[in-house]
Design a protein around this ligand. Structure first.
Ligand code: HMG
Ligand code: MG
Length: 283
């Protein structure tokens, strides 16, 4: 089994979307450019969602225009619908490597709170986006163990949501413990069910550290064969539509864990710590 773990940095999107104030484009770009010199290959830099819902991401077009593209780095943006796809089309810079991320929930309650529609409707909205995509597509499934509105989420609901996305197109699915309530037991059960349908190489773990168990949950993921994990530099983040969700797992903590276990990532932890300092200073 591979000894390489791919780290997806989501701080500039999942982290900064949850900050009470709006961070300037200059600060965002400085953070992204520091991250892109660390050896990371994947950085999620913003989203094209409604500015009324998430004002913190309303300047993603300017972020794309102003960042300095680094060789070997793919810049990801989160897109919910064709309106977001069109905004991305206008903002993308020729020659830069991009990925789009589409997102649905395993629970109806979170789907309504986050996207103002049912799970089925959210899939309908993203089908034309994925069909139009022209760039690699990643899918998120939120609330893979617990939902802030409905409590425990059954592994079968996660399998169903993963299937809905992969029926649109085979894509990597990032499994989100949106509110950080997952435990090694619930994560193991959920992963066991998903792995019956999807190979570990097509899955990523996206853990929030609200309950302090993100690293333990990542270890479960590693044991079960996952080799891709999301982190947010400095532990920034949360989700504006998931009460009690502050704090994505810190990228530097993920690196310490996986390097300590003998995995390689190609990411320079000193550069990430430097970026974490910047992130803390701009809040
Ligand atoms: P809606 O209000 O149901 O949609 O929002 P609508 O189609 O009726 O549109 C309403 C208004 O929004 C209209 O403008 C549209 O033009 C506009 P108005 O006529 O009122 O002036 N609009 C848009 N504007 C810009 N970009 C767009 C767009 N779409 C519509 N793409 C919508 C539906 C999905 C837009 C809304 O619910 C929304 O933006 N939600 C925000 C979702 C979000 O960003 N959540 C946080 C990220 S997900 C997350 O953090 C979880 C994750 O990290 C994994 C995990 O941890 O689980 C990924
Ligand atoms: Mg998240």
């Amino acid at each position: 089994m591979s000894n390489f773990v791919r780290i997806h940095e989501v701080g500039p999107r999942d982290g900064l979307q949850n900050e009470p104030g709006v961070i300037s484009v200059t600060d965002k770009v400085a953070l992204i450019d520091t991250l892109s010199s660390s050896g990371l290959h994947d950085i999620e830099v913003g989203s094209f969602v409604s500015p009324k819902w998430v004002p913190q991401m309303a300047d993603t077009d300017r972020v794309l225009a102003e960042l300095t593209p680094a060789k070997g780095v793919r810049y990801a943006v989160l897109i919910p619908n064709m309106r977001g796809w069109e905004a991305f089309q206008s903002a993308r810079v020729p020659g830069v490597s991009y990925e789009i991320a589409v997102f649905i929930s395993a629970s109806e309650g979170f789907s309504q709170a986050n996207l103002n529609c049912s799970i089925a409707e959210s899939v309908e909205r993203l089908v034309p986006v994925v069909r139009a995509s022209e760039v690699p597509v990643r899918g998120y499934v939120s609330c893979v163990t617990d939902c802030p509105f409905e409590g425990a989420v059954a592994p079968e609901a996660v399998v169903r949501a993963v299937g809905l996305l992969r029926d649109v197109m085979p894509m990597q699915i990032s499994l989100g413990d949106t509110i950080g309530k997952g435990t090694p037991d619930t994560v193991r059960r959920m992963l066991g069910a998903v792995l019956e349908r999807v190979p570990a190489s097509d899955l990523a773990g996206h853990f929030h550290n609200t309950g302090g168990r993100a690293l333990a949950n990542i270890e479960v993921g590693l044991e079960m064969g996952l080799r891709a994990f999301d982190g947010a530099v400095g532990g920034l983040g949360g989700c504006p539509y998931a009460p009690g969700a502050p704090g994505n797992v810190a990228t530097e903590a993920v690196l310490e864990l996986v390097h300590g276990l003998g995995f390689e990532t190609g990411v320079d932890i000193a550069a990430i710590r430097q970026a974490a300092k910047m992130a803390r200073a701009m809040r």
